[in-house]
Write a protein that binds this ligand. Structure first.
Ligand code: PGA
Length: 227
């Protein structure tokens, strides 16, 4: 099975930097690599549409969040229905930073998943060890098996200290028991230098820090292409 790599830029990068990244990435990554490794880029929401033409056509678009509501009177929210027209393939939902800084709950995440699935966007549900089972249980019937799940180890996110592979294997198994046989990504200080530790464990990776510089990200994608 091919391994999915999602770049999560978080609130980094101006439009100008984002466009330069896309131009440089297009030059430095080979088309062959992109046929082997599915890559998605989750840029800041206002940039998503304009990056479509700046990225190689094999690269898919992702967003970092989505509204838990349908289109309507929800100022500031962007509905899944509005993203579908932008060729957005994946929506990261329930990232630990959303849970920590924006008070997002398992129920909010379940509503976001429902909106995504209704509009043909694959939700990438982020979970930490503590709430794998509760998050799966909060989803509407039949939704869990349609998600991609990312095990985002809290202690490893943005710290430069990636999680022990054995522990990732255990939680990946727990996720598959709770959600079904879904693709399970790992996220938390993944780099080109450590991604091989998870090659027989994870179905892909959610990459924050190591996606910000083209050089680091291309090195990572090239490493994954060798698996
Ligand atoms: P990191 O971020 O790679 O910088 O640890 C991962 C994430 O939060 O998705």
């Amino acid at each position: 099975m091919s391994k999915l790599v999602i770049a999560n830029w978080k609130s980094h990068k101006t439009l100008e930097f984002a466009q330069t990244w896309c131009a440089d990435f297009s030059k430095e990554v080979s088309a062959l690599t992109l046929t082997t490794v599915p890559v998605a880029v989750a840029a800041a929401l206002p940039f998503v549409a304009s990056l479509r033409s700046a990225l190689p056509s094999q690269v898919t678009l992702a967003v970092q969040d989505v509204s838990p509501f349908p289109p309507g009177k929800y100022t500031g929210a962007v509905a899944a229905a509005q993203l579908a027209g932008l060729e957005v393939k994946y929506a990261i939902v329930g990232h630990s930073e959303r849970r920590q800084y924006f008070g997002e709950t398992n129920t909010d995440v379940a509503n976001k998943v429902a909106q995504c699935l209704e509009h043909g966007i694959t939700p990438v549900v982020c979970v930490d060890d503590e709430y794998v089972a509760n998050q799966a249980a909060a989803l509407e019937d039949g939704h869990a098996a349609k998600c991609v799940v990312a095990y985002e180890a809290l202690s490893a996110i943005g710290t430069g200290k990636n999680m022990d592979a054995q522990h990732v294997a255990e939680i990946t198994e727990l996720i598959k028991q709770s959600f079904g046989q879904v693709p399970v990504l790992y996220g938390g200080s993944v780099t080109a230098a450590n991604v091989a530790e998870y090659k027989d464990i994870s179905d892909g990776w959610l990459v924050g820090s190591a996606s910000l510089e083209v050089e680091d990200f291309v090195a990572l994608v090239n490493t994954v292409a060798q698996f």
